[in-house]
Design a protein around this ligand. Structure first.
Ligand code: AHR
Length: 491
């Protein structure tokens, strides 16, 4: 059944800003099967690998153009001691992973992480230990990674096989320090942040320091006030959301999940407002360095694994559209977590490896990376749903964002049809222009809870969609619970 018709008007003159490629970033933690099995299989594995790093995963991430990977956590970061993870692997200590029940072999450490990043083509983003660490440990890690001279730490890195500095630019000063990262209050964290930043800035002039923010305005305001004068390049926030089980969910669960994905809008807007108020005129960026769907099946004792369905892909498209719409203030975002954990883009089972529906969304949105976002107004059907509190709100079925490349003017319009049961006819209008070329890729499943598995790795895969072009308009049918990417050229 087709529900009404939506019009997306491309307002190319209403420019938002350049979409930093890092909005399409990833996050990998020592948790469950993300690092071990997902990225690292070891040098003795029968699974094809390069220096212990599995190549099927690397290949998929390369195809995404994954721009940045955040590591080693998460909660794990605030109890990680980097020296445990360098030097000969058979001499590295085994430790308890305090947060995600497991023993940590430390076989995957700084050099292995940098190797993953280099193989994928991504920039490394290291989250430092504030909770159980010290400014000295953190400044030593930066010196170990980046020093070029004749210092003991630089020479230690060389002795471990890397003569050239790693040139890591992004460093997080702790993770969720209001919670697992030390249970600080914002004023105490600000004092710690100031102390860390003083030494971290001195050891690496080119580093970008990321402070821990929160999705509550109160934390951000109190932190920024108390950290006045401290050097901050980015403020990070996290957002997880869910509603009902990963598969077999109800109609209400579906719409509530999409509505909760929209919390990212208010999270970013309140953080931007706090920055405008307390860092007026500064260029502190907002980083959403953990985000995604967290279903009830994803528990610590099962490595936070969950099915990744078409519904999750539609919610990811909604969040990525929101990030594009806020490209003027957001400098990075990292979906949680790269492989096997939460809303991963890749899943593995032994030697099998396959992309999730969310992976395909990232692939379809790739043309936005580095392009200039502009406003895309949507006028179309809304859908009423049952909210958790018994109210009957409604949401637009179609959600969109758009960008144009600076080099050749090629445009990309990405659309999510969040309607669970109905297709929507969609007209994309370019006032004052003529569309010369148009093509569309669509991602849809047999059901909203369709997902890929080792046995059916392509149950959900993108296909070409039919587009009709006439003058300054194109027309496409958006299948129920689907995502589409339309590429346009002005003719
Ligand atoms: O991604 C799983 C966990 O969620 C991370 O370790 C933590 O930062 C967040 O609470």
């Amino acid at each position: 059944m087709t529900t009404g018709s939506a019009t997306v008007t491309l307002r190319t003159d209403a420019r938002i800003g350049r979409i930093h490629p890092n909005l399409y970033g990833h996050f990998a933690e020592h948790l469950g099967r993300c690092i071990y099995e997902g990225l690292w299989v070891g040098e003795d594995s029968a699974i094809p690998h390069l220096r212990g790093i599995r190549q099927d995963t690397v290949c998929l991430l390369r195809e995404l153009g994954a721009p940045v990977i955040r590591w080693p956590g998460g909660c794990f970061a605030d109890d990680y001691h980097w020296e445990d993870g360098v030097g000969p692997r058979d001499q590295r200590p085994r430790r308890l992973n305090l947060w995600w029940p497991a023993e940590e072999s430390n076989h995957f450490g700084t050099h292995e992480f940098i190797d993953v990043c280099r193989q994928v083509g991504a920039e490394p983003y290291i989250c430092l230990n504030v909770g159980s660490g010290s400014p000295r440990e953190a400044r030593d890690w930066i010196e170990y990674c980046n020093a070029e001279g004749n210092t003991t730490l630089a020479n230690r890195r060389r002795a471990h096989g890397h003569s050239q500095p790693f040139r890591v630019r992004y460093f997080g000063v702790g993770n969720e320090n209001w919670g697992c990262g030390g249970q600080f209050d914002p004023v105490d964290y600000a004092k710690e942040y100031r102390r860390y930043a003083c030494f971290l800035r001195a050891v690496g002039q080119d580093v970008q320091l990321i402070a821990c923010g929160h999705t509550t305005a109160d934390w951000n305001l109190r932190f920024l006030e108390a950290a006045e004068g401290a050097s901050i390049d980015h403020l990070s926030i996290h957002r997880y959301y869910g509603s009902g089980p990963s598969t077999g969910f109800s109609e209400a669960d579906h719409y509530q999940l999409i509505a909760r994905a929209h919390q990212v809008e208010s999270d970013i807007d309140q953080t931007a407002a706090a920055l405008r108020l307390l860092r007026p005129g500064s260029r502190v960026g907002i980083i959403l360095d953990e985000w995604g769907v967290w279903h009830p099946e994803a528990r610590a004792d099962s490595g936070l694994e969950q099915a990744n369905t078409m519904r999750d892909a539609v919610s990811a498209a909604t969040v990525l559209n929101i990030l594009n719409q806020r490209a003027d203030v957001v400098t990075m975002a990292n979906i949680a977590q790269t492989v096997n954990v939460l809303q991963c883009v890749v899943q593995t089972d032994g030697a099998a490896c396959w992309p999730t529906p969310t992976y395909h969304v990232f692939r379809m949105f790739r043309p936005h990376m580095g392009a200039n976002a502009f406003v895309a107004d949507v006028d179309g059907p809304t859908v009423e749903y049952a909210a958790a509190d018994g109210a009957r709100p409604s949401m637009p079925a179609v959600h969109a964002s758009a960008s144009a490349r600076a080099d050749d003017g090629a445009m990309c319009v990405t659309l999510a049809n969040r309607h669970l049961t109905d297709d929507v006819e969609c007209r994309i209008a370019l006032p004052g222009g003529t569309i010369g070329e148009a093509n569309a890729i669509q991602l849809a499943g047999a059901t909203a809870d369709a997902h890929n598995t080792a046995d059916a790795p392509e149950a959900v895969a993108p296909t070409e969609a039919h587009v009709e072009r006439s003058g300054n308009e194109v027309r496409v049918i958006l299948a129920k619970c689907s995502v589409a990417a339309i590429r346009l050229r002005v003719g």
